[in-house]
Design a protein around this ligand. Structure first.
Ligand code: ATP
Ligand code: MG
Length: 391
């Protein structure tokens, strides 16, 4: 059967000049999440219509579910039926949909909501709605009209060449379409925070590449698999994902051997930033994304964040900076990363962790430690030997 999905975009409406660019990205991203379905694209004034040939109601709902949970840049999706511009057609379709709903749900009250963006029919929206409401009452005399908070609303949108009738509206993720802000490098660890940070950056239009630091043989293959599983979850929202896996063992062993242990974590983070700077230049990232949070661990005091940030050559987006852990966990559960993140495999940063890390590292002291080593050579070697995986 043929179903029409009416998509509405929220914030995109504001982007007058670049609207076309944003719309094209939404369409591309919709097509990507619906690649297993037969979908044809139509496009209209202030709304998108997607036409799909579906097997049954299960597939009809599956498409609505995918659009509402995996595409940024749209505010709602409604599966509906096409009716002509003829009043009789529209009325019959309202009665048919009211019949389906009243058979399956306990409905006592209803209203009809009419929109006619092109003003191409004679009656105004309220008159149109009350006529249609009268027809539905004739067909189902046990129902009552209730304009505020009814059990059932039937929506009618009268467009230029046809109208659409629908009764379900799924809220979507909103935000901006992935890709509209450009490419960003997500520092992805196996923890709870960085995948959530990546998801939130995608919500603001970032197309992500991931950078993962591991320390074989001190970190296991399972730890790496876990990070790849997390990246796969982020793949729900963009067409492809590239992962750069960087060997951090040499860096950690050198710093462990030659530098003051109280600075170990912050020195390590500064090295990560140096390596990421190189990758970012080569692969043209416009920003970096981390799961850093103010005050959560010793490396995340304002002083230490400053010491790490001062190495970065690009803006660092930290979507979780002011979140409580519970707020992050709630999103992690919703996007399906929590259960993966909490698998008990070691991260390179927890290796060699000193007992008393400095929480207020001064840049001058960090530079003194770094001066003991030829760290740029280590940076180049790490970049040369990194692995690139495309999911
Ligand atoms: P997460 O839960 O994301 O690991 P966290 O609260 O444990 O974060 P840290 O371990 O201090 O905090 O890491 C802060 C940020 O640094 C991470 O969110 C991530 O963006 C980056 N990071 C840490 N370890 C790695 C790693 N091994 N590979 C890539 N990025 C990392
Ligand atoms: Mg961590």
């Amino acid at each position: 059967m043929k179903v029409i999905y009416l998509l509405k975009y929220g914030e995109l409406m504001l982007k007058h000049k670049n609207k076309r660019f944003f719309e094209d990205l939404v369409i591309k991203n919709c097509n990507s999440v619906l690649r297993e379905h037969k979908v044809k694209k139509l496009k209209l004034f202030g709304r998108f219509l997607l036409e799909a040939e579906v097997e049954d109601d299960v597939e009809k709902d599956a498409i609505a579910h995918k659009l509402s949970t995996r595409v940024f840049g749209i505010s709602s999706v409604s599966p509906g039926t096409v009716a002509g511009l003829d009043y009789k057609n529209i009325s019959e379709e309202c009665i048919r949909q009211a019949g389906i709903i009243t058979r399956t749900e306990n409905i006592k009250t209803f209203k009809i909501d009419v929109k006619r963006p092109f003003k191409n029919v004679e009656m105004n929206s309220l008159e149109f709605a009350s006529e249609l409401g009268g027809d539905v009452l004739d067909a189902f005399p046990e129902l009552k009209v209730k304009l505020v908070g009814p059990d059932m609303t039937i929506y009618v949108e009268i467009l230029q060449e046809f109208s659409i009738v629908y009764s379900k509206k799924y809220n979507c993720l909103r935000g901006l379409p992935v890709g509209s802000s450009g490419k960003a490098g997500l520092l992805l660890s196996g923890g709870i925070d960085s995948p959530v940070a990546g998801y939130l950056a995608q919500k603001r239009g970032c197309y992500l590449n991931c950078i993962y630091f591991h320390s074989p043989p001190h970190t296991s293959q399972k730890a790496k698999d876990k990070v790849f599983e997390l990246a796969r979850k982020l793949l729900n929202y963009q067409t492809h994902i590239r992962i750069f896996t960087v060997d951090f063992t040499e860096t950690q062993l050198m710093f462990k051997k030659h530098t003051d242990p109280q600075y170990f974590v912050v020195l390590g983070r500064r090295m990560m930033m140096r390596i990421v700077n190189e990758i970012a230049r080569k692969y043209e990232f416009k920003a970096l994304v981390t799961g850093e949070n103010l005050g959560q661990v010793s490396s995340q005091t304002l002083e230490n964040l400053h010491a790490i940030n001062s190495i970065a050559e690009l803006p660092v987006i930290r979507p979780l900076i002011c979140f409580d852990k519970e707020e992050t966990i709630e999103i992690a559960r919703r996007i399906g990363t929590f259960d993966i993140s909490t698998l008990p495999y070691d991260d390179c940063c927890t290796l060699f962790l000193p007992p008393n890390p400095n929480t207020r590292s001064k840049i001058i002291n960090l530079e003194k430690e770094e001066a003991k080593l030829d760290y740029m050579q280590i940076v180049h070697r790490a970049v040369e030997s990194m692995q690139i995986t495309d999911l």
